[in-house]
Design a protein around this ligand. Structure first.
Ligand code: GCU
Length: 685
């Protein structure tokens, strides 16, 4: 039965009309390697699935053979060898080229690259292309691609007891209890799925890390995982806890400027590299949400990051230092908790040019916290001397967990395409991480992967993993195109399924925004679990965790004033963007209450009052949830029973929870504002 385990790598039988020139033989040139072995195995598995017959492994090309060759191994009998060599010069270490060519007179499909990893990526890309509804025909596929970023990683928030922070897909896929000697075959399938997208790194453990991670037993476990992932071009990284040496009682302090501390980290790095020679480096959450960090010793983030960076630099390792910080607990208690949205920028911008070369600063998508919609983080483009990593959250902590269908493609695209106008010209967030103005950074995605049979807790959440990987490879890809690719491979290329499903996906995130946090509202969810509405909460330990702190609703109006009259967060954007966000008339309605506190009778461009507009949006969100539920019912003839039923249940629950969000939120805001429900709005059930 279909339970989602195969992800998008299902390799269903190809219709007869599409089989012409699909190879039934594979030729891999040059010295064999584990990575080439992985590519060959994938092609074998896929062609068997698509043609029903295992392809032959040959040592001489025949008609239609798929030939894998690195630039250095291009055979003499290849008609276009010199053109291929020229093209490869532009494709870097991970790029690939797929061409029809003639080898010793036989028409073949050539997959060429500069490295084995490129051959693997090229093989996956060719397989993807073959399964798309646009199906050009196997003899007409021509591809050339290379990633726009060198660092494309997943961040697992997986704990050592296999619980997963903000994980909605079962326990951690890493069976820490059984590692390092028992290797779950799932690790290989995980590697295949990631390699099919081009993800080339994975941080194995939670950013809220524990000292034990750096003990010898866990290093051995990480090394065993690294051994499985290596042939797939994936490096392993670890999240480390700042105070590890102190907690292990091996140093007397964790002060980054103490030579004993620096020496400890250097020795630890050497120890790790002895077991994992291609270890990627460290991810650090320091002085954030109670985590220890250099500020505990009155040092700054650069002091901390550089000390670690020097420990891994001799091994070519990197440090990914997170910028997710807010005012200290002391400041918060002293009532100085100013706008959380300004903290990252305020603390990090002065440190531009203070970081060592192998430090990257990792910035969340959203200055508050992965909310269903936030404006792009103002740090992008504001630190040209420091490489930044865009941190997206794939797991849906604030978007309905694995229950609600929300395809995040439009959300990631919206952020990447955001025009910062820094320097007074077009400079998107994607441009900034690609180094168009400063240094080349990277991209990270907080994984939604667990040990559930469907990997991601629901079938549609697989699309978010898929989309993240594709966008990590190329930030210019369109989220609708990616949704189509995913749905075609995951379900079927049949247009009767594809068109409605892609449409559902494309509307789904906006539906969530509408029934949870319309018009720029934010952080109004139930505390700790983050599922469901709780705009009334105002008694949390920190003022800047309380929903009322964010929506500021009262008799007179609603919203957070981030203009010069308020927290002045607008000033962190380029002058042009700041001007636009400073005026409610030029602020997009989707971000209105993020930047402005306005009276309930404020007149929107739609002609409605703010109160009417708010209620209308909540209602629209619920209507969209209902529409998705109904649309999916029509997909029954095109989807296997198990995946159909699982998705149907989730959509029904989403609809119920969308109503819960709307009804609770409107009831609360009505109570606060004293306003009647606008005419034409359904009364809560
Ligand atoms: C959010 C999330 C935490 C997580 C934190 C982080 O606040 O709720 O679970 O640890 O982000 O990104 O570090």
């Amino acid at each position: 039965a279909e339970d989602g385990y195969q992800l998008w790598l299902r390799y269903q039988p190809l219709p007869a009309a599409q089989r012409a020139h699909v190879p039934d033989s594979i030729l891999v040139l040059g010295a064999d390697s584990p990575t080439k072995g992985a590519a060959r195995a994938e092609l074998q598995r896929a062609l068997l699935g698509m043609l029903g017959k295992a392809p032959g492994i040959v040592d001489k090309a025949r008609l239609d053979t798929i030939v894998l060759a690195r630039g250095a191994d291009l055979p003499a009998g290849l008609d276009t060898a010199s053109a291929v060599r020229d093209e490869l010069k532009k494709l870097g270490d991970e790029g690939y080229l797929v061409r029809r060519a003639k080898l010793n007179g036989a028409a073949v499909t050539l997959v060429a690259a500069n490295t084995d990893a490129g051959l693997l990526y090229g093989s996956f890309a060719w397989l993807r292309e073959l399964q798309l509804p646009s199906g050009k025909g196997a003899d007409r596929i021509a591809l050339a691609s290379s990633p726009t970023l060198p660092l494309r990683v997943l961040n697992h928030w997986d704990n050592l007891d296999r619980s997963v922070e903000r994980g909605y897909a079962g326990e951690s896929i890493w069976n820490w209890w059984e590692l390092p000697n028992i290797i779950d075959p799932r690790y290989t399938d995980y590697a295949r799925a990631n390699a099919s997208l081009g993800i080339n790194g994975t941080v194995l453990n939670n950013v809220n890390s524990k000292a034990e991670v750096l003990g010898a037993p866990f290093i051995a476990k990480a090394a065993a995982i690294a051994d499985v992932l290596r042939p797939y071009g994936i490096r392993v990284y670890l999240s480390v806890r700042w105070s590890t040496p102190l907690e292990m009682k091996q140093t007397k302090t964790a002060d980054p400027l103490d030579p004993e501390v620096a020496a400890w980290w250097k020795n630890k790095a050497d120890e790790i590299y002895r077991t994992i020679p291609d270890f990627g480096g460290f991810l650090v959450k320091a002085n954030s949400e109670g985590q220890p960090g250099p500020q505990d010793y009155r040092r700054n983030h650069a002091d901390g990051a550089n000390m670690l960076a020097r420990a891994v630099a001799p091994h070519k390792g990197i440090v990914m230092w997170r910028a997710f910080v807010y005012a200290s607990p002391e400041e918060s208690k002293a009532g100085k908790a100013h706008d959380r949205a300004v903290e990252g920028y305020d603390q990090f911008i002065p440190l531009d040019c203070k970081f060592d070369d192998n430090v990257l600063v990792q910035v969340k998508n959203g200055a508050i916290d992965f909310q269903p919609r936030e404006p792009a983080h103002p740090m992008f483009g504001a630190m040209p001397k420091t490489p930044l990593i865009m941190e997206f959250q794939i797991t849906k902590e604030y978007l309905g967990f694995a229950t609600h269908l929300a395809y995040l493609g439009p959300m990631f695209q919206e952020t990447l395409e955001f025009d910062t106008r820094i320097g007074g010209r077009k400079l998107t967030v994607a441009d900034t991480i690609q180094g168009k103005q400063g240094r080349v950074g990277g991209i990270a995605g907080v994984a939604n992967i667990g040990s559930s049979r469907s990997w991601s807790g629901s079938i549609f959440d697989q699309s978010n993993w898929y989309m993240y990987g594709r966008m990590a490879w190329d930030q210019g890809l369109d989220s609708r195109v990616i949704a189509r690719e995913w749905a075609a491979q995951t379900f079927s290329p049949d247009a009767r399924l594809l068109d409605p499903v892609v449409n559902m996906m494309m509307r789904s995130r906006e539906a969530v925004v509408d029934y949870m946090t319309p018009l720029g509202l934010n952080h109004v969810m139930g505390s700790s679990h983050h599922h469901g509405p709780a705009p009334w909460v105002d008694n949390l330990e920190r003022a800047d965790w309380n929903p009322i702190y964010y929506h500021r609703a009262g008799r007179d109006g609603i919203g957070f004033d981030r203009t010069a009259k308020g927290s002045n967060a607008v000033a962190q954007y380029s002058p042009e963007v700041a001007r636009r966000f400073a005026d409610p008339k030029t602020t997009p309605p989707e971000l209105l209450l993020w930047f402005h506190r306005l009276p309930w009778d404020y007149r929107m461009a739609s002609g409605r009052t703010l109160w009417e507009e708010l209620v209308t949006r909540y209602d629209h969100g619920v209507a969209e949830a209902a529409a998705m539920q109904a649309e999916w019912q029509r997909m029954k003839p095109f989807v296997d029973a198990q995946r159909f039923a699982d998705t149907a249940q989730r959509l029904a629950q989403q609809h119920v929870e969308a109503q819960w969000w709307r009804d609770a939120s409107i009831a609360y805001f009505q109570d606060v504002s004293g306003l009647p429900l606008p005419a034409g709005v359904r009364k809560p059930a």
